[in-house]
Structure formats: structure tokens, C-alpha cells
Design a protein around this ligand. Structure first.
Ligand SMILES: *Cc1c(COP(=O)(O)O)cnc(C)c1O
Length: 237
């Protein structure tokens, strides 16, 4: 099978599973956006996916994400738009300015300093950025990446005040070794609290290849799916 055929087949299967999970949860499939996480895979795969109708892709590392974003336009077929780029990885403050030049959404905002740097970067680049507050529900091993649930409201308020960045909602990665569904339900509850103050912050980003059906059941609006579409990634160097 050629790579485009493989991606098309995997994508069709994931779309069918998302549709099935939506039906089981009584949700409309158009209320759930699948972000295909293309990290470690080449820009040619991103171009193929865009041609298959993928509107949103995820990347987790700078500068890899920036290099691929720069290469992509020359690879896209005529009339195919570049997908929105979601930066989903941990981000050092000193790289925020660079990421602000090419990302459309940064999902991993977990501290005030990073939010301020992204805002300054967006101003400098004369762009608008959507930011999600990443929440860490890991009680066993807190402080990986993500803000503690108690700190989310204040961080959301800050993002909403900063220039050129817009509070889009919340994101989480389910901790290893625990059932994901209750975690995703807590994210949705926290999202409802944030929306009481910030009605436009509607994004609930949860669920990866291994747990996206749970995320759909719990009310996620955005799924971040890598391996199920692109294949297993080689182990990190
Ligand atoms: C890699 C990654 C994903 C996708 O994970 P898969 O298991 O490949 O589906 C989702 N979210 C984040 C933050 C990631 O880094």
C-alpha cells in the first residue's frame, strides 16, 4: 500500500470510530473536531492528510513544527488549504515568540509567564493566537505539564485579558495508569466553570489514540489523534 492509501484507510477508520462514539453518546459528529497529531512524521504526510480533508493538525516540538509549517505550502495540492496548526507540547518560555509566528492554537498553556510570552510573540508577529489552558489532573505525579485544577480560573482570566491571544478553552492529557473517563469528566466540569466567566471558551481538548472514545463520551469537543492515523512512532531519541 502506498503511504497516501495507508493514511486514507487509517483516517477513514478513525472517522468511523469517532462517528460511532458520537452516536453512542447522542452527540452530533460535527461537534467533535479531530486534530491529527503529525509529530515526528514528515510534512508530506501533513499535505496528504490536508488533501483528505483534515482541517486541524497537532505538533508538539519546536523547531520541528515550524520547519514543517514552512515546508507545507509547496507540498499542498492546488486548492487545498493548510490545516490549522495546534501546538500541543510542553513549551519553554524562550521559544514562545517563535511558536507564535506559525501556530494557530497553543494548547499547552500552563503558567502565566508562558501566556504573557505568547501574547508578546503574537503582537510582534501581528497575529492572533487561540490559547488553551492545559490542566494536570495527575495526583500521583503532579507538576509534569499542566496547571493544577485550582489554578485554572486565574490563568484563564489572565489569558482573556492579554492582547492578541484568545482564551479558547481547556486541554488535558489523561495521566498514565488511571481510567481516563473520570479525568475527562472533570475537565468538562472545569470547562463549564470557566465558561461561566468566559462564554467563548468552548474547546474541551481531550482524548488520544488510546482513549478518544472515552473523551467523546465525556463531552470533549476536540480529539488529538496521532498513532491511530499515522502509525506507531519510533521511540524518542
Ligand atoms: C502525541 C500527542 C497526542 C497524540 O497521541 P497518540 O497516542 O499518538 O494518539 C495527543 N496529545 C498530545 C499532547 C501529544 O503529545
Amino acid at each position: 500500500m502506498t503511504r497516501p492509501d495507508e493514511l486514507a484507510a487509517n483516517l477513514a477508520e478513525v472517522r468511523a470510530r469517532v462517528a460511532q462514539a458520537c452516536a453512542a453518546a447522542g452527540r452530533a459528529p460535527q461537534d467533535v473536531t479531530t486534530i491529527v497529531v503529525t509529530k515526528t512524521y514528515p510534512a508530506s504526510d501533513v499535505a496528504t492528510l490536508a488533501g483528505l480533508g483534515v482541517t486541524d493538525v497537532g505538533e508538539n516540538r519546536h523547531p520541528e513544527a515550524g520547519h514543517k509549517a514552512a515546508e507545507l505550502p509547496s507540498l499542498l495540492a492546488d486548492g487545498v488549504a493548510a490545516p490549522r496548526l495546534h501546538f500541543v507540547g510542553g513549551l519553554q518560555t524562550n521559544k514562545a515568540g517563535a511558536v507564535a509566528r506559525y501556530a494557530d492554537v497553543v494548547q499547552s498553556v500552563d503558567r502565566a509567564k508562558l501566556a504573557r510570552s505568547l501574547s508578546r510573540g503574537a503582537e510582534a508577529a501581528d497575529r492572533d493566537l487561540v490559547l488553551l489552558v492545559q490542566v494536570d489532573f495527575d495526583l500521583q505525579d503532579p507538576g509534569r505539564s499542566g496547571a493544577a485544577p485550582d489554578d485554572v480560573a486565574a490563568l484563564a482570566d489572565l489569558v482573556a485579558e492579554l492582547p492578541r491571544v484568545h482564551l479558547g478553552g481547556l486541554m488535558t492529557v489523561a495521566p498514565l495508569g488511571v481510567a481516563p473517563r473520570p479525568v475527562f469528566e472533570r475537565l468538562r466540569e472545569l470547562s463549564e466553570q470557566v465558561r461561566a466567566q468566559h462564554p467563548d471558551a468552548r474547546i474541551v481538548s481531550a482524548g488520544m489514540s488510546g482513549d478518544f472514545e472515552d473523551a467523546v463520551a465525556a463531552g470533549a469537543t476536540h480529539l488529538r489523534i496521532g498513532r491511530a492515523v499515522l502509525g506507531e512512532r519510533p521511540p524518542l531519541r
